[in-house]
Design a binder for this molecule. Structure first.
Ligand SMILES: NC(=O)c1ccc[n+]([C@@H]2O[C@H](COP(=O)([O-])OP(=O)(O)OC[C@H]3O[C@@H](n4cnc5c(N)ncnc54)[C@H](OP(=O)(O)O)[C@@H]3O)[C@@H](O)[C@H]2O)c1
Length: 241
């Protein structure tokens, strides 16, 4: 097998787990990050799995100009994509009264605008019958946090999935999304223990999801040739407790 995937925001957390899984399964993987002080560590771990099958590129999704760098890397290395995983995302935890237009726009740029214009740019490099998978959030369906821009942008991501299907149908490319609940990445680990305990109490399974077990959902959407326009919620039963 010689398949290639692009995973945005993949030097830690969910994106890294997906990139690792793809590398283990024989894919060539292009990994992006924003500025990543941990890239040396990640690079070493990716190298241990597949020394010659990954590319890492700094591409801050709050700057649309970085799309050009990703496109150039793909062209320079003669890479055509069989999977695109649009995972990079940010939040802004400002109270409603303190939200600034700049921060509101930044969250929209990273979570919504960037994936759209990245897909537009790399469109000629996406193979027929490829898959495009977005990392949405349960917050886009069931608001449960203080971040307004995050919830609204993740709802937009889920709408994007549905709306993009028709644009890719001609090439047989499928578009899907995963809506995770609470995944134990640095994103969640940085929260105070009291808040983590409150969250845990509301999850029917009584624990956060691990990034690794979430990759099963991504792999289903990447590999299954009939899943299209779907949003798969993976929240351990948060919605039902
Ligand atoms: N964790 C959860 O509970 C949870 C739940 C639902 C949805 N999600 C979604 O899952 C995705 C990943 O979250 P995570 O928890 O895995 O986060 P994480 O552990 O903080 O990892 C974030 C990754 O994304 C990169 N990244 C951050 N900002 C970026 C930017 N502006 N441009 C490009 N890359 C950027 C980071 O690179 P640097 O280190 O260089 O910044 C890092 O590789 C996000 O879209 C998030 O909304 C997470």
């Amino acid at each position: 097998m010689n398949k290639t995937a692009l995973v945005t925001g993949a030097t830690q957390g969910i994106g890294k787990a997906i990139a690792m899984r793809l590398l283990h399964e024989g894919w060539t993987v292009v990994i992006t990050y924003a500025y990543d002080p941990k890239s040396d560590d990640s690079q070493r771990q990716f190298s241990q799995v597949a020394p010659n099958r990954f590319f890492m590129i700094e591409a801050d999704a709050s700057d649309l100009k970085s799309i050009e760098s990703i496109n150039n890397l793909l062209i320079d290395n003669n890479l055509k994509l069989d999977a695109v995983i649009l995972n990079a995302g940010i939040t802004d935890r400002a109270e409603f009264g303190s939200i600034t237009p700049e921060n509101w726009e930044k969250v929209f740029t990273v979570n919504v605008h960037y994936p759209v214009f990245l897909l537009q740019k790399i469109n000629p490099l996406i193979n027929s019958y490829a898959s495009i998978t977005f990392t949405g959030s349960l917050m886009g369906i069931l608001p449960h946090s203080v971040s307004l821009s995050y919830g609204v942008t993740k709802a937009s991501v889920l709408a994007l999935v549905k709306n993009l299907v028709k644009f890719y149908a001609e090439k047989g490319i499928r578009v899907n999304g995963v809506a995770p609940g609470f995944v134990d990445t640095e994103w969640q680990k940085n929260k105070p223990q009291e808040i983590r305990d409150n969250i845990t109490r509301k999850i029917a399974l009584g624990r956060f999801c691990s990034p690794e077990e979430l990759t099963d959902v991504f792999m289903l959407l990447i590999n299954n040739s009939y899943m299209n326009g779907e949003i798969v919620v993976c929240d351990g039963g948060y919605s039902f407790k």
